[in-house]
Design a protein around this ligand. Sequence first.
Ligand code: MF3
Ligand code: CO
Ligand code: CO
Length: 256
Amino acid sequence: MTATIKSEDDVKKMRIACRHAAEVLEIVEKYVLPGTSTDTLNQICHEHIVYNQNATSACLGYRGFPKSICTSVNQVVCHGIPSEKKILRSGDIINIDVTVLKDGWHGDTSRMFLVGEVASFAKRLVQVSQECLYKAIDLVAPGTRLGDLGHVIQTHAENNHYSIVREYCGHGIGKVFHEEPQVLHYGSPNTGLILEEGMMFTIEPMLNAGRHTTKLKRDGWTVETSDGRLSSQWEHTILVTSSGCEVLTARNDESL
Ligand code: MF3
Ligand code: CO
Ligand code: CO
């Protein structure tokens, strides 16, 4: 397994693409309300990317994906397709995943939103999955190995009686949307690629309330938990720096 090392000039462009992706999640937040369709959220994000950011969505048309963002509600693990028929209801949890392509570079990030009043068991899953992402980010530095990241995520999830989805993982990113290395969200310490300054990748753990297994719906995109229980995901794009890391997709609601 290898990873490309980005130059200072590459990093400058990635910072812009990633800030745009984070900004989309910031601006869409106030629209994530009961009664809103996921297609409306798609339209808001799409227009912001195209008309305000002068960029494009890397998702739109990617391997035939029909929309500009992914909207994954409740038991949907990832890659949910926005639809005017999917109306948010109070109690739902939703992941919105945004990948902006700006000046040839990709910024990829996702977060969970709570819709209206959400049950405490669902809030807990959402919180623990965010903690998994942050615990992995805390470890990112030259010399850390990818297995260390997978291990800290898996351990925190399983200590809380949640399971980690295996079929989908984080990825190297840059001019290419998905490149090496694969960033698994489970694993053993002191195994896998050794991180170096200038590497860039996403970390995007998916935690399930029940079993870790998933099924692909007949639309060819929507991934659901096989037992129908809840799933939650958070994603950032990260740069390895000399002293640690920079979270390129950090939002203004975070202290990273
Ligand atoms: N943004 C997703 C990721 O984190 C990929 C979405 S691909 C799409 O890698 F086609 F479903 F949009
Ligand atoms: Co990603
Ligand atoms: Co993503």
